[in-house]
Design a protein around this ligand. Structure first.
Ligand SMILES: NC(=O)c1ccc[n+]([C@@H]2O[C@H](COP(=O)([O-])OP(=O)(O)OC[C@H]3O[C@@H](n4cnc5c(N)ncnc54)[C@H](O)[C@@H]3O)[C@@H](O)[C@H]2O)c1
Length: 403
């Protein structure tokens, strides 16, 4: 492959769902930096003006010999390992959506393939690239609150988003890929890895369960689909699909066609119209993870489905002060001197992280060394190491220190 230093970086996108479409959009806004070399998806409607080859399957796309610098893997979690290993063997750089793999062994297989190929595997941890979180990291690493002693981090998913993804949707059944903690909170573990750079997490304990979206909590008279449910039962149900997708519009971006007609049809026919108490789901709906780091730093991560807001709130305690961040503002409260509040400008999905990760990806493809690429992957793997340890702790009741 010739150098991409002076021309747009080209990538084949495997999986043209929500994430695939988001990455493809970068080619429209930054044509000088990025171009789409092919699209693969069995069911997606590809744009009429795609201007590139299309395939029904990721494997056919990688076997086609199509010339490109990179592959973007925005496939369901369970396909990440096979697609990533093959893409690296074919010599492509990779932008791999999170989670890296569904198990620690799958993650290790990807790391082995990355080391062998010397190519980039950038993981879709968009929050690291979002201006808000970059600013927060600058504040924490500036020393203004001294040495960190503990961090309390809340990942509030919101009842609507959580019902969508972890009860009715792709991540509702653990055996089909990953459960809620590995899928959602590797974002949070990745931020934690970044905030605690250089310190090793030595002990992990976790507690959590599927508390509410269970068949025994189904209201009397409720049907298995919202479209068949009596109005009086639906009126009293916050998770009613009509309320989440028809009356509200903020979750509609999950569907390729956001029109009222398409949403009504979707509620009648798709898994997203099922009663939340009849989804056969087993993914947890709330979980707490306790972590101890070398040097004594302790961190609590709390993941919660039943929140009104979809946000992250982090409280940092240091030897010289406190910082509270809530994805809108950063309050800095040193023990000596004045408190200040910063409100970093943000625009775009994931606070601008979707755009900024693509900028970083293009930069890394254009110039990076195999050693740097491995270092980046190892940092992303640390979030998985902690998440898998937490899952083992939750399931066995033990405090974990291995992997
Ligand atoms: N970084 C983030 O913030 C973020 C957010 C959401 C999802 N994700 C991750 O992105 C990945 C995709 O999630 P999504 O929300 O876009 O899901 P999605 O279901 O919208 O998209 C996945 C697409 O893959 C396609 N697909 C399935 N089998 C295929 C095959 N054999 N060959 C080609 N395409 C195939 C599906 O048809 C679908 O269109 C997941 O791993 C998810 O965990 C990351």
């Amino acid at each position: 492959m010739d150098s991409a230093a002076q021309r747009p970086v080209s990538a084949i996108i495997l999986g043209y769902g929500i994430r695939g479409r988001a990455y493809a959009a970068y080619a429209k806004t930054h044509p000088e930096d990025f171009t789409v070399a092919g699209l693969a998806d069995p069911v997606a409607d590809f744009p009429a003006d795609a201007g590139c080859p299309t395939w029904k399957n990721w494997e056919t796309a990688l076997d086609s010999g199509t010339k490109a610098d990179a592959v973007i893997i925005s496939l369901p979690d369970r396909l990440h390992r096979a697609a990533c290993v093959k893409a690296l063997e074919r010599g492509y750089h990779v932008l791999l959506e999170k989670p890296i793999g569904c198990t620690w062994d799958e993650c290790q297989a990807i790391r082995d393939a990355q080391v062998k190929s010397g190519r980039l595997v950038l993981t879709g941890y968009v929050l690291r690239y979002a201006p808000f979180y970059k600013k927060l990291r600058d504040v924490i690493s500036s020393g203004v609150i001294g040495e960190l002693t503990s961090v309390h981090h809340l990942a509030a998913i919101s009842y609507g988003k959580s019902a969508h993804a972890y009860c009715r949707g792709n991540w509702s059944v653990e055996a089909k890929g990953t459960g809620m903690l590995v899928n959602k909170c590797t974002h949070d573990f990745d931020l934690i890895e970044w905030w605690t750079k250089g310190r090793k997490c030595t002990k992990v304990s976790s507690f959590g369960s599927l508390f509410h979206w269970r068949p025994e909590n189904k209201p009397a008279g409720a049907a298995d689909r919202c479209c068949d449910c009596p109005q009086a039962v639906r009126d009293n149900c916050a998770f009613d699909a009509y309320k989440l997708y028809y009356e509200r519009t903020d979750l509609r971006y999950h569907f390729a066609d956001e029109s009222d007609e398409a949403i009504l049809k979707m509620i009648e026919t798709s898994p997203y119209g099922r009663c939340v108490y009849a989804c056969g789901n087993d993914s947890v709906d709330h979980q707490t993870v306790l972590m101890e780091y070398e040097g004594g730093l302790t961190i609590i991560l709390e993941m919660e489905s039943y929140s009104q807001q979809r946000t992250r709130i982090t409280h940092f305690y240091g030897t010289r002060g406190e910082v509270i961040a809530d994805e809108k503002k950063i309050q800095i409260m040193p023990f000596l001197g004045d408190s200040t509040t910063i409100t970093p400008a943000q625009h775009g999905h994931h606070g601008g992280g979707d755009r900024e990760i693509m900028t970083e990806f293009v930069k890394l493809v254009r110039g990076g060394s195999p050693a740097r690429y491995t270092k980046l992957l190892d940092a992303a793997l640390e979030s998985h190491r902690i998440a898998f340890l937490a899952e083992e702790s939750r399931k066995t009741g033990r405090t974990m220190s291995g992997l």
